[in-house]
Design a protein around this ligand. Structure first.
Ligand SMILES: [Zn+2]
Ligand SMILES: [Zn+2]
Length: 242
């Protein structure tokens, strides 16, 4: 999920700059920012993978290992659905100023979360979330899940958090790497077109285009032909190099 560190309402002078400093070449800047982004992802990966592996270790030794596997696998559709919903309606929400705690929170904290990533797609502080971002949710939901047998809800959460970790790395890779693998070529084009002004109101899926089909937010056919099949005479996915 494209979370970023929740910024202070008024940026302090200690905040890292959003823009690439003019004296740093783009290639150097990109490598620096990739390192920052990776360092934010390592603790996320270790923490959630430890939870997932240890939970599944015990779940697979329960009386119902196949149910445990099925529950864990359900985490994949559940996570991709959540990823789409959060990206489309929370991160792309414009909450506007207002009174009341929830409205102010939404405007001051949620509004800037994703737009800085769209405007500065190679800034390593705005690619992914940090470990602390989702811990309150994790420590609320996970203990409750253990009220159910380990091969059901806890195994499901193991699948969800592992998919979350995977999605963070896929998003990171879209921005910083050029894999030749067909899936990565597809998802990178898909996501970069979403970053362009022409595509920012569609293509909300971060790891796949399935939920965009269901919710009718696919890119137009001529764009898809251009992006994925290389047909000409259509809008081209813009380069994000800056
Ligand atoms: Zn977006
Ligand atoms: Zn992105």
């Amino acid at each position: 999920m494209i979370l970023t560190a929740i910024p202070a309402v008024v940026p302090s002078t200690a905040d890292p700059p959003l823009e690439r400093p003019a004296d740093i070449p783009f290639g150097v800047y990109k490598r620096q920012q990739a390192k920052i982004s990776r360092q934010r992802l390592y603790p996320v990966t270790v923490f959630y993978s430890t939870y997932a592996v240890s939970t599944m270790f015990f779940a697979l030794r329960s009386a119902h290992p196949w149910i445990a596997l099925f529950s864990c696998a359900l985490g994949l559709p559940l996570w991709t659905f959540e990823e789409y919903i959060f990206h489309r309606w929370v991160l792309h929400g414009h909450f506007g100023p207002g009174t009341g705690f929830i409205r102010r929170f939404a405007h001051e904290r949620l509004d800037p979360l994703h737009w800085d990533h769209h405007k500065h797609p190679f800034n390593g502080h705005h690619i992914n979330g940090e470990l602390k971002d989702l811990l309150p949710l994790f420590f609320t939901v996970t203990p409750l899940s253990f009220l159910a047998p380990i091969y059901t809800l806890p195994a499901l959460i193991a699948g969800v958090v592992e998919c979350y970790t995977l999605e963070e790395w896929i998003h990171h890779s879209c921005h910083f790497y050029n894999f030749r693998n067909p899936y990565f070529r597809y998802i990178k084009r898909h996501h970069f077109y979403h970053h362009s002004p022409l595509g920012e109101n569609a293509g909300y899926g971060l790891t796949n285009g399935f939920w965009d089909i269901i919710w009718r937010t696919r890119f137009p056919k001529e764009v898809r032909d251009s992006l994925y099949r290389g047909k000409k005479k259509t809008p081209k996915a813009p380069s994000l190099n800056s």
